[in-house]
Design a protein around this ligand. Sequence first.
Ligand code: GAR
Length: 210
Amino acid sequence: MKNIVILISGRGSNMEAIVNACQREGWPARIAAVISNKASASGLQFAAAQGIATAVVDHKAFDSREAFDAELARVIDGYQPDVVVLAGFMRILTEGFVRHYEGRLLNIHPSLLPAFPGLHTHQRAIEAGCKLAGATVHFVTPELDHGPIVLQAAVPVLADDTEDSLSARVLTHEHVIYPQAVRWLVEDLLSVNDGVVRHRQGATQVRWGG
Ligand code: GAR
């Protein structure tokens, strides 16, 4: 049984989707803990109600990124994680932290990377006149919102889309591709060569959404 630790900063809807899929599909894994950098993260309540261990490591209590990341890693490692999942975890991580979890640290980003790293992805996609938008699950590397791509979901950008309507459309697909990617990692179905991720059995790594 593998241990999954999920990091959140807020709502935690992706975390919820992963918890539910793990339970429903009987993954050979358990959600060992949900950890937040904010005590107010509403996702913590869902996790606790599921009987999952929760913890808060408040970034404001530390005077450097290094000190925060060191404490965060100490708490995470207490759960002996095989997979660490960033699910709306809105902190920039230090290189040392990322290297410590290399190959077992996943992130979801609400754009078709490598387009639009950073914040306000949907607004930027609309302003750029993009006809496709989406989300990317990737292995985390020290460069922000980069790293080997595991799975992408693409959706159309509609003429009357707002940031809210586009983000809602993308989010429904995040809730499908993120559990899928975590399951693949748990089941050791991913290989990475020269920065390119392949599914060992050739499963499709793209989801087309309406
Ligand atoms: C999601 O849309 C996720 O892709 C995004 O934050 C949202 C979290 O929602 N992540 C990032 O922007 C990371 N750069 P959730 O808390 O409901 O899962």
